[in-house]
Design a protein around this ligand. Structure first.
Ligand code: HEM
Ligand SMILES: [Cu+2]
Length: 631
């Protein structure tokens, strides 16, 4: 089967594997630090991601204080931040740096690396029946590049003028002219270095995921038997591998403009009455390159979360996922379409209206597969035998945010409306619901669901409920009012808008939002406590706590090298055989052969096996007639 055996790792891949060739002498360093084991790398991504999320959240609280009390001084801010908050008020430029680093960390370091890195690493080998990634060594390298990139990004806080300030989209000219603002100097340079390493890490991860999925599936695991999580990670990896290099290309040209006097993005700029030497470049070129990554990026963030929620919702509704094939095709549709919609971020750049029209149509079309997915979630929940585990609540929360944030996307996709709403808080509200909240909820659903698999222990359910309700209500209280501010024209990225008379009335709403944000931030303490406490002291987990059908729950609770002690199990059926009448448990694992029970939800499972398809049909008929007799 697999030609891509993991030779460098000493693990025989495939189903006829013998005892491992040699033993590994594991030291602390090879086990916890430079581990090449996908399960350990998943934990490394998760814990780094959680730390970055806490930092980014605290940054948002800092700038929210400024928005809530625009004229007030808080001495503790000066104690905390020193020269960045002279007299207890945030420095204006530092405010922009905070917004920039908050956005950068959340989008890239938490939701791209933290979410995708954790669950792709954990689940791809587990759910496909592989002993590890195609290249465990490259996998390790991918984590360490990510780690170094994180350190450099955070390190920029210790430069003289502070971190990058042009926003997470780093538009020129602010990003291209080192003298433009304090955040255009050293901090900007570190941002560019950090992101280049970050992209290298993403490419190593992505190529590994793709080749593992294509080459290392166990016997019987054809593409149509893969769980939807794997489909989502697969398509996400393809998106990343195709889109991220374009960002690097854009960044390299930006470095040339900054340091070597080229004019890719700049032309005819006068600084303090002095004509610069730039001519002929265009900042719009940068926007094209940026958003060619930037738009797929929002799907890189949301697709793994959607995959995770499919899994969690089907398991906890005890029902076969509704429309499995439709779910896969809509993921494929989103993947393809997301490359031809980037221009909707540039409606106000003066693009030719015909071109704007094209981007508008493609953007609105992408709402169709998204709506299909939403419909499938709701249909799966419909009349399910729902178990409200914390993971399930977070998955349902995702569906809620995906709907309420997605609807405003339809408004923004219309060029005529976007021209008014662009760069207002309406946009901030939209992307925080659909990307920020929905994706974070998907990640949390995944953490609660697979915690027993990762750490062999259970998390506390009551704390999980507390965490869910405070965060769910908190997120709506924070982001919902922002729509109305946006409709009234409150601009984003403004340190203080109170000089504009008509906008003063929004200060009280801002104060409300800030307090809601502080409460939601405090709610995360319940999660952090639960998470770190349960790693060491949680109740011991059973092998298959949620009654799931997928392969990862057939491995021992204690992690072992190579995942399965003996042979890798063979797969016979799709992953959503829940609640089949006539079977004594309400789930049939993928490893149960048809000779033991012929129940399957997909006739497709019997492809290449006409005999068992015939038997299956007879079996279904006997089931039906015996059901009728009972009635
Ligand atoms: C505690 C929760 C959060 C709060 C209170 C919050 C609040 C904010 C606010 C007020 C802004 C600045 C808007 C402006 O002035 O333009 C902002 C920017 C941003 N946030 Fe959040 N946010 C939170 C969580 C998240 C999450 C989970 C994400 C992940 C997607 C995220 C991504 C961003 C991005 C991309 C920006 C734009 C940065 C820029 O303009 O360059 N935020 N956030
Ligand atoms: Cu977009």
């Amino acid at each position: 089967m697999s030609t891509l055996a993991v030779q460098d790792h000493g693990v025989a891949q495939g189903h006829h594997d013998h005892d491992h060739g040699h033993h590994h002498h594991e030291t602390f360093l090879t086990k916890y630090i430079f581990s090449q084991d996908h399960k350990m790398i998943a934990k490394q991504f998760l814990i780094t991601g959680i730390i970055m999320a806490v930092i980014a959240m605290m940054l948002s609280i800092l700038f929210r204080i400024q928005l809530a009390y625009p004229e007030k001084a808080f001495p503790f801010l000066e104690t905390l931040l020193g020269r960045f908050a002279p007299g207890g008020r945030l420095d204006t430029n530092f405010y922009l740096s905070l917004v920039t680093i908050h956005g950068t960390i959340m989008v890239f370091f938490v939701l791209t690396a933290g979410l995708s890195g954790t669950f792709s690493n954990l689940l791809i080998p587990y759910q496909l029946g592989a002993r590890d990634m195609a290249s465990p060594f490259m996998n390790m390298l991918s984590y360490w590049l990510f780690f170094i990139a994180s350190c450099i990004m955070l390190g920029s806080f210790f430069t003289e003028k502070g971190p990058a300030g042009p926003g997470w989209t780093i538009y020129p000219p602010l990003s291209a002219l080192p003298k433009a603002m304090p955040g255009s100097g050293m901090g900007m340079t570190l941002w560019l270095i950090s992101m280049t390493l970050f992209v290298a890490s993403q490419l190593m991860g992505g190529i590994n995921y793709i080749s593992t999925i294509l080459n290392m599936r166990t016997k019987g695991m054809d593409l149509w038997k893969m769980p939807l999580t794997i489909w989502a990670f697969f398509l996400t990896a393809i998106l990343g591998v195709l889109a991220f290099p374009v960002l690097v290309a854009g960044v390299v040209l930006l470095i040339f403009d900054r340091s070597f006097g080229t004019s890719f993005y700049l032309s005819d700029i006068v600084i303090q009455n002095q004509q610069t030497t730039f001519e002929g470049g265009s900042p719009i070129l940068f926007q094209h390159l940026f958003w060619f990554l930037g738009h797929p990026e929002v799907y890189i963030v949301i697709m793994p979360a959607l995959g995770i929620s499919s899994e969690v919702i089907a398991t906890n509704s005890r029902k076969p996922i509704f429309g499995y094939h439709a779910m896969v095709y809509s993921l494929i549709g989103i993947t393809v379409l997301s490359f031809i919609v980037w221009g909707h971020h540039m409606f106000v750049t003066g693009m030719n209206p015909f071109l704007g029209g094209v981007f508008m149509i493609t953007t609105l079309i992408i709402a169709v597969p998204s709506a299909v997915k939403t419909f499938n979630y709701l249909a799966t929940l419909w009349r399910g035998n729902i178990r409200f585990t914390p993971a399930m609540l977070f998955a349902i929360g995702l569906v809620s945010f995906f709907i309420s944030g997605g609807i405003t996307g339809i408004f923004l996709g219309n060029a005529a409306l976007d021209i008014n709403l662009h760069d207002t808080y309406f946009v901030v509200a939209h992307f925080h619901l659909v990307m920020g909240s929905a994706a974070i909820f998907g990640m949390l659903a995944g953490v609660y669901h697979w915690f027993p698999k990762m750490f062999g222990r259970m998390m506390d359910t009551k704390l999980g409920y507390l965490h869910f309700w405070l965060t769910f209500i908190g997120a709506y209280l924070v982001f919902f009012p922002m729509h109305f501010m946006g409709l009234d024209g409150v601009p984003r990225r403004y340190y203080s808008f109170t000089e504009i008379e008509s906008l003063k009335q929004w200060v009280s709403v801002n104060t409300f939002i800030t307090w809601a944000a502080i409460v939601s931030a405090l709610a995360q303490v319940a999660f952090l406590w639960n998470f770190f406490y349960s790693i060491f002291f949680g109740e011991k987990a059973p092998q298959n706590p949620w009654g799931s059908t997928t392969l990862e729950w057939t491995t021992p609770v204690e992690h072992i090298h190579g995942n399965w002690p003996g042979e890798i199990p063979t797969v016979y059926r799709w992953p959503y055989d829940y609640s089949k009448p006539g079977h004594d448990t309400d789930f049939i694992p993928q490893t149960t052969p048809f000779s033991q029970t012929l129940a399957s939800n997909l006739p497709h499972d019997f492809e290449d096996n006409p005999v068992s398809l015939e038997e299956h049909k007879q079996w279904v008929n006997t089931q039906r007639s015996s059901e009728k007799e009972v009635k």
